[in-house]
Design a protein around this ligand. Structure first.
Ligand SMILES: [Zn+2]
Ligand SMILES: [Zn+2]
Length: 261
């Protein structure tokens, strides 16, 4: 309805696009920017409705994991209490503008956390996670650890440190998987006895050796601190290359070498 504003100028005597029933000249004429706010809110709610209407899917052990977690209790976050898994392709169809982001963030793992800002005005309780049918259980807990870390850890979603990654030249992998994240991954791995895939094995190994970067450095934009912690991690990876190779060589997602994280 509000696209009319883009298409042509609204006549003074036409009905106001805000839906008040008044003539435009007696309503939003002169306050057109408010119409944009209304329109943006409306589109947001429409998208939220579509995402939250998606049917829940059960791939791998996703249902078991989602049902077992008492997120409120675990994270002490009063707002969100659950996770809903939806089909990745069905979600992507609803998000024409986000495809570039989706590719950049975690597409290898077959999972993507929908930013809760997109769904909270329709469903404030649940965090939506889009997953692919072939997802492995390690990737499932990887994503759940991101949810827990967002609600009760670093407070960050994957991808949110991209500016800092550019500024510091630190790989996104290192900034997405902070110490706080690593602790949640450990917790879920133990709780559900999941065999970690190659990527998650490296994160767990780094955490065991206290090599993951603390969220506080990122929050304080401590560039010097971040760079020195990242260098320390990279040197550690090089020094322990053979050991890590042994750990991951038979695991899902093994690509034939040790990457930066
Ligand atoms: Zn109006
Ligand atoms: Zn991740």
């Amino acid at each position: 309805m509000f696209s009319e504003i883009i298409m042509h100028k609204i006549g003074r005597n036409e009905a106001c696009p805000c839906g008040s029933g008044k003539k435009f000249k007696n309503c939003h004429m002169g306050r057109e920017e408010e119409l944009w706010v209304i329109q943006t809110e409306k589109i947001k709610t429409e998208i939220a409705q579509k995402i939250t209407d998606l049917p829940e899917v059960a791939y791998g052990r996703s249902k078991e994991f989602a049902e077992a977690l008492d997120i409120k209790k675990m994270t002490k976050n009063p707002r969100h209490s659950g996770v809903k898994f939806v089909d990745f392709d069905a979600y992507v169809k609803l998000e024409p503008f986000d495809k570039k982001n989706l590719k950049a963030v975690h597409h290898q793992s077959g999972a993507f956390i929908v930013n809760p800002k997109k769904t909270e005005n329709v469903d404030a309780e649940n965090i939506y996670v889009a997953i692919t049918p072939g997802i492995d259980n390690s990737s499932l807990i990887h994503e759940l650890a991101h949810v827990l870390d967002f609600l009760g850890g670093s407070g960050l979603l994957p991808g949110s440190a991209s500016e800092m990654s550019v500024a510091t030249q630190i790989p996104m992998d290192q900034l997405d998987h902070l110490k706080e994240y690593g602790d949640w991954l450990d917790c879920l791995k133990d709780r559900f006895a999941v065999d970690l895939n190659a990527e998650d094995m490296i994160i767990a190994y780094l955490n065991k050796h206290d090599m993951l970067i603390e969220a506080s450095l990122l929050k304080n934009k401590d560039i010097g601190g971040l760079i020195s912690r990242s260098q320390r991690m990279t040197e550690f990876l090089v020094r322990h290359k053979d050991e890590i190779h042994e750990l991951i060589k038979d695991r899902i997602g093994y690509l034939g070498g040790v990457s930066s994280t």
